[in-house]
Design a protein around this ligand. Structure first.
Ligand code: 5AD
Ligand code: FES
Length: 360
């Protein structure tokens, strides 16, 4: 006899089939999933929502991912690289406003000058914040030496999405060359974990050719890899990318949104003490998207503190929210939003992944 969703939700462990059933759940079943995932969230990570002030400091990228608006081949993009003083100003803002943590994100680059520049910036941010600001970086695939250098300079969390744990699917959404290899991505994640970073990964949800099986395998991959943090969001097509040609084959934006919430909910039940970010891309689909994710399982939010003049140029996908607001407006807006989601902002705290601490 097939199990009911209620029965599945009472289990300690999910099989792949259970996960597929949960991801396909609708109406009352979907509600039961969200009730369970909210309970698990409150019990294991509490009401606290932690801020990560996001600085998208450059959209220069050497990669050519077929889905991404800032891919190297997109000549319609105005490329920018924010000066170090501006980045430090944003870090100061985050520190003074008790954000607790900062995320430095950019397109992928690995020339020596760039590597040294990031090292210096990290040291500088540590200095100006009296070591009070936690630092996450998200600058793509690098050598283990580079990851180590940046770790030694003060970064302690790293986000590198696997995009899909299915190698064949990964190859379909990236150019087929050595620069875009699934093996390298996995190696990078391993290096990050070995060095001692709180390691974060994630996937896009609703990409062309992706199945429920793929998504269930993605969650199992995260569990087996024992990751500390996750950021996953809906795929949103960008008309200046090759993947746009599949736009008529995609599930509706609304369905991608629901599926992302269900992915977050199932993962929260599977990995109770990890940090789960409420992806900005959720808000591109639903104005209250991020609040909804916080309610059902996410506990991290990344207010954009990139200087406003450059925000409109960091469009990985279209319809991106908050590209006009200044950093102050973002803070106020976030407070209101988090209150609405019944959360409490963990001001001034690093908000490290409990999972990372528990596995030490
Ligand atoms: N839609 C949604 N997410 C995207 N990303 C890149 N392009 C898109 C898109 N079109 C995500 C990738 C990447 C992260 C920084 O942004 O998952 O890892
Ligand atoms: Fe820049 Fe994928 S296009 S990392």
């Amino acid at each position: 006899m097939t199990k009911t969703i209620e029965q599945i939700l009472q289990q300690d462990q999910f099989t792949k089939d259970d996960i597929v059933r949960l991801l396909q759940s609708k109406d009352e079943d979907e509600k039961a999933l969200f009730v369970k995932s909210s309970e698990v969230k409150l019990m294991h990570v509490g009401k606290n929502v932690h801020f990560r002030g996001l600085v998208e400091f450059s959209n220069i990228c050497k990669k050519d991912c077929l889905y991404c608006g800032i891919r190297a081949s997109n000549s319609a993009v105005n490329r920018y690289d924010i000066a170090d003083e501006e980045i430090l100003k944003a870090a100061k803002f985050a520190h003074e406003n008790k954000y607790g943590s900062l995320v430095l994100q950019s397109g992928e680059r690995s020339d020596q000058k760039f590597i040294d520049r990031i090292e210096n910036l990290l040291k500088e941010i540590k200095k100006i914040s009296n070591n009070e600001l936690g630092i996450t970086i998200s600058i793509g695939e690098q050598t283990k030496e580079t990851y180590q250098k940046w770790f030694d300079a003060g970064a302690h969390r790293y986000l590198l999405r696997i995009e899909s744990s299915n190698k064949e699917l990964y190859n379909k959404i990236h150019p087929n060359n050595e620069e875009h290899s699934h093996e390298t991505r996995l190696e990078c994640l391993k290096s990050l974990q070995e060095i001692g970073y709180q390691t974060g990964t994630g996937v896009m949800i609703g990409i062309p050719f992706q199945t429920y099986d793929d998504l269930a395998n993605d969650l199992i991959f995260m569990q087996n890899f024992d990751i500390d943090m996750v950021g996953m969001g809906p795929f949103i097509e960008h008309d200046q990318t090759p993947m746009y040609q599949y736009k008529d084959q995609l599930m509706s934006l609304k369905d991608r949104f629901r599926l992302t919430l269900k992915m977050i909910a199932v993962l929260r039940i599977m990995m109770k003490d990890i940090n789960i970010a409420s992806a900005t891309a959720l808000q591109a689909i639903d104005p209250l998207g991020r609040e909804k994710a916080l309610r059902i399982g996410a506990n991290i939010i990344m207010p954009n503190i990139t200087p406003t003049s450059e925000r409109a140029n960091y469009l990985l996908y279209q319809n991106k929210p908050c590209i006009d607001e200044g950093a102050d407006d973002c803070t106020n807006c976030m407070e209101a939003r988090i209150n609405m989601a019944d959360g409490v902002i963990g001001y001034g705290e690093w908000g490290d992944s409990k999972h990372y601490k528990n596995r030490q």
